[in-house]
Design a protein around this ligand. Structure first.
Ligand code: G3P
Length: 223
């Protein structure tokens, strides 16, 4: 299981990098807007900054256009920024065309807004490097986001798809564990969900007891 963080926040990306567990970053127009990054030049500069921090890991940068020509144009500008840019393209007809075009030119793509196995299969056929099924948003409408990951994983195993399953819209530590069980290759989530994996009351009480016992023993050795 690899860990991407789903943010455009520079401090969080640096923090994840320092933890030593950062395999990549995903962003989307909503996350960029949340950081107050507007205007093409600023957006491109921000992506470049993210790529420099992440180093070897992939950074997904999303196109806004919905036409083939627009996606190609934007995607090329993004891909020129750094070798670790992955062009994020929505799963629409023009998007499939764009993914095929980028694949032919060995530009990596992340097919986003995937909510069904059929969408995932077409994106894989077009050569997407990653597909992003949105687990949390499926759960939001009382369907089962993790079941979607499982279904896509079974299909990808059957058809020997090389496309990786990047479980997105992951919002909790439980989602991360369930996505791993269901066959996701990567999760992308807020850093808080990753930190949540550390929490266990027996760890806290066990650590407290170790420190108390050490201190008691040290005090009695002194007296
Ligand atoms: O990677 C997709 C993700 O940003 C969507 O997450 O929580 O807005 O559904 P969310």
């Amino acid at each position: 299981m690899r860990y991407f963080i789903d943010t455009a926040n520079i401090d969080q990306i640096k923090e994840a990098k320092e933890l030593g567990i950062l395999d990549g970053v995903t962003t989307n127009p909503t996350l960029m807007a949340k950081e107050g990054i507007t205007g093409l030049d600023n957006i491109l500069r921000h992506y470049k900054k993210i790529c420099d921090i992440v180093g070897d890991g992939d950074v997904s940068a999303e196109v806004i256009s919905t036409s083939f020509a627009g996606m190609i144009n934007e995607g090329q500008r993004l891909a020129d920024l750094a070798p670790n840019i992955v062009v994020k393209v929505p799963i629409i007809r023009e998007g499939i065309k764009a993914i095929s075009w980028f694949t032919e030119r060995e530009i990596k793509t992340n097919c986003t807004l995937v909510f069904s196995p059929g969408q995932a299969m077409l994106a894989a056929r077009a050569g997407a490097s990653y597909i992003s099924p949105f687990v949390g948003r499926v759960d939001d409408i009382t369907w089962d986001g993790i079941a979607l990951i499982k279904e896509i994983s079974e299909i990808f195993n059957n058809i020997f798809a090389e496309t990786e399953i990047l479980a997105a819209s992951i919002r909790s530590p439980l989602h991360i564990v369930q996505a791993a069980k269901a066959g996701a290759d990567i999760v992308t989530c807020p850093l808080s969900a990753i930190y949540g994996m550390l929490n266990h009351p027996l760890t806290d009480s066990g650590l407290k007891k170790f420190i108390e016992d050490f201190e008691k023993a040290s005090a009695s050795a002194k007296s």
